[in-house]
Design a protein around this ligand. Structure first.
Ligand code: BEZ
Length: 396
């Protein structure tokens, strides 16, 4: 397949043109042939490294939706193609390119790491390939870099941390510190935390960072007691979050730890007693009482052999969004306008509660406050209801 740049014909449009040419003949049209073919869904996710379990849970949940629908979305058989992106931003563009050009995927679902997402984004924006983001919160994807073929079913990095900062400020915290990996997700979560805290009268007086995915936390932890802060907010996830929370507790630091919910999400088991009492904000948690969540959790446990978490929910909802789009166009991906219109208007019955899409094609959802208690991230309230990222809408 030739390389496609902006302004050249997309693969989908070429197929459409061929369909028009053959429409008057008795032989099957290009469109009919395309419909009979399986729909190739590329999963570009981390299956190794610190975010491996996140990628696996997203995959399990997508496979659940495929099984629930007997292998078909909008009448099209679904064929999954997987690629381990290793959470390596430097490999992002070439891996995405491989999925789009060599594997010829019709839809790319990916990924987890914000830096890798920016590489995927460049490729899918050029090729016009439909992309659904099942985790990475890089804000640019639905703000200044937005594209009509890119939808996010997870969160923006800003959202959960904003909720946490707001909740802290509302209870009177005046000074807090932020600690994180030095990459897009850490910095953008920090910006949300700061904005939420400032809105409620507090301020972030120190930011401590280390490179992704390093875990040499000790030099940073040693600085915390001298900062004079009432709370420490953090963004870490996966294996790094396990180690950070354990080392924070072991250091005997008296300042309460809180953060974006990824800090304790899906990792409370290995964190053990170290996580007890850690407060976080996220669009999911334990104790969300709705029928969808109950059924989803039971089915996920049966499939994956472990409890569901936010990553599983995001994978499930990414596939649910694709179903809504494909059903609206009866599996005809050439009907881009119909496909995107239906996806933009989707109202998703999610295990996390009601989900809709903003004009930026980003999720609007509740941000819950949670407290790690006895191995659960127990929901204690709502930090921000139906929260949308501040992105002002995609004009493309
Ligand atoms: C991110 O890089 O956007 C990210 C990774 C793991 C959890 C949450 C966000």
């Amino acid at each position: 397949m030739t390389h496609m740049t902006k302004g050249t014909l997309s693969r989908r449009k070429l197929i459409k043109g061929a369909a028009a040419l053959t429409a008057a003949t008795a032989v099957p049209t290009g469109w009919a042939i395309a419909q009979a073919k399986p729909l190739k869904v590329g999963l570009m996710l981390p299956y190794s490294g610190t975010f491996a379990q996140l990628g696996e849970n997203i995959t399990h949940a997508i496979e659940m939706v495929i099984a629930e629908r007997n292998g078909k979305f909008g009448g099209r058989e679904i064929q999954i193609i997987k690629l381990d992106d290793e959470s390596k931003p430097e490999l992002g563009p070439q891996n995405a390119d491989r999925m789009v050009k060599r594997d010829n995927v019709d839809v790319l679902i990916g990924t987890v790491h914000s830096g890798v997402q920016l590489g995927i984004h460049k490729v899918v924006k050029e090729s016009g390939t439909l992309c659904i983001v099942p985790n990475a919160g890089a804000v640019g994807v639905t703000r200044e870099l937005c594209a009509k073929n890119v939808f996010r079913m997870s969160f923006s990095n800003w959202q959960p941390a904003y909720g946490m900062g707001l909740a802290l400020g509302k209870r009177g915290v005046k000074k807090a510190a932020w600690i994180t990996w030095d990459y897009a997700a850490g910095a953008e979560s920090g910006a949300g935390f700061k904005e939420g805290l400032e809105k409620a009268g507090g301020q972030v007086v120190a930011t401590l960072t280390l490179k992704f995915p390093e875990t040499n936390f000790q030099p940073l932890l040693a600085q915390i007691p001298g900062l004079g802060v009432e709370a420490v907010g953090a963004f870490f996830a996966g294996g790094g979050a396990v180690q950070f929370v354990k080392e924070y507790a072991a250091a005997g630091i008296k300042v309460p730890l809180c953060g974006s919910g990824f800090l304790t999400e899906g990792v409370l088991g290995p964190q053990g007693a170290a996580a007890e009492g850690v407060e976080t904000a996220l669009h999911y948690g334990d104790g969300i009482d709705n029928l969808k969540n109950t059924a989803f959790r039971a089915a996920f446990k049966a499939k994956a052999g472990r409890e569901a978490d936010v990553y599983a929910v995001q994978g499930y909802d990414s596939a649910q969004l694709l179903v809504i789009g494909l059903e609206a166009v009866k599996g005809n991906m050439e009907d881009e306008a119909g496909l995107y219109k239906a996806m933009r208007a989707a109202k998703i019955d999610s295990p996390r509660g009601p989900v809709s899409l903003s004009p930026s094609q980003d999720v609007v959802h509740n941000i819950y406050l949670r407290k790690a208690t006895g191995g659960l991230n127990k929901v204690t309230g709502i930090a921000a209801e139906a929260l949308a990222d501040p992105g002002t809408g995609c004009k493309v």
